[in-house]
Write a protein that binds this ligand. Structure first.
Ligand SMILES: Nc1ncnc2c1ncn2[C@@H]1O[C@H](COP(=O)(O)OP(=O)(O)OP(=O)(O)O)[C@@H](O)[C@H]1O
Length: 271
């Protein structure tokens, strides 16, 4: 199956309260790229990422995923598009009292009849797919543990495995490491990078920390007030680029691995 390119054509998102989340975004994302979306809080990163699978409806322009237009896509056709676009969430979104394997099998829901889902009568192929996905993120031994008994990093890897079980062409990761400590953040980002490199799946990750975005992406898209103010390789992202994205110079709060930077700690006010 050919992987789809993603095209934003003059896309705008105006929320029901009139707030403009994205303005006139035109950008092409060829299949197979590993993209880091960066910007200040409120810049529109989540809106950008979530518009690609219709979680946030666009109000101007159009997004195409392969030959499918998201404009006015609803019902069965929207579900079909979403079946090829996996999503990884900041809060993992697992069912805590269910096993790891059951959570991963949820990635097969679109391809499974209601009676099989209700009875837990999963097809052997689907179970094998779920076990393979767990092996890929190196937590196969936890397949029969309760999801809530896992550490945050392990839970996020289950979230990634669930997405992989979906056999997606695109993975959208919305702040996937925001709840994790620095070493675990690197593990999860390496998983996403590996999946991109080995399976050719387009991965679009919205990240608060610039050093993570630079290290694990091959292209950075910088947003500010709902507009693209930077689009280039990590090597292009010099001080001037940071200033245009953040409207100020880089501070320790923008970097995960700043010296003495504990998880979630703030070294001082942003200048
Ligand atoms: N449902 C909504 N209704 C109204 N405004 C919204 C809604 N969702 C987001 N916004 C606003 O749109 C802007 C962009 O939000 P978005 O969540 O995309 O930013 P972000 O860059 O991901 O920021 P953060 O890192 O804080 O999540 C923000 O000003 C936000 O308050």
């Amino acid at each position: 199956m050919t992987q789809p390119d993603i095209r934003f054509d003059h896309v705008g998102v105006t929320y029901p309260n009139g707030f403009s989340g994205l303005r006139d975004i035109t950008v092409d994302i060829p299949a197979g790229q590993m993209i880091g979306v960066v910007g200040l809080s409120g810049a529109g990163k989540s809106t950008f990422v979530r518009s690609i699978n219709g979680l946030v409806p666009i109000t101007d322009g159009d997004i195409t995923v392969g030959d499918k237009s998201l404009r006015d896509l609803s019902g069965r056709r929207l579900r079909e598009l979403r079946s090829g676009v996996g999503m990884v969430f900041q809060g993992f979104n697992l069912v805590g009292r269910a096993t790891v394997l059951s959570n991963v099998l949820m990635g097969r829901l679109y391809h499974t009849s209601v009676w099989r889902t209700l009875l837990g009568a999963w097809k052997k192929d689907d179970v094998n797919l779920a076990l393979d996905a767990l092996a890929r993120v190196e937590i196969l031994p936890k397949a029969y543990a309760r999801a809530s008994d896992l550490s945050g990093g392990q839970q996020q890897r289950v979230g990634i495995a669930r997405t992989l079980a979906q056999r997606p062409q695109i993975i959208l990761a919305d702040e996937p490491v925001a709840s994790l400590d620095p070493p675990t953040s690197h593990v999860v980002m390496r998983d996403l990078q590996k999946i991109n490199a080995e399976l050719g799946i387009t991965v679009i990750t919205n990240l608060h920390f610039l050093d993570l975005a630079r290290r694990y992406s091959d292209r950075l898209i910088g947003l500010r007030s709902g507009e693209i103010v930077f689009d280039g390789t990590p090597a292009d992202a010099d001080d001037a680029a940071f200033e245009s994205i953040y409207g100020r110079s880089l501070t320790a709060d923008d970097v995960l691995d700043a010296p003495g930077h504990a998880a979630g700690a703030h070294l001082g006010p942003a200048s």
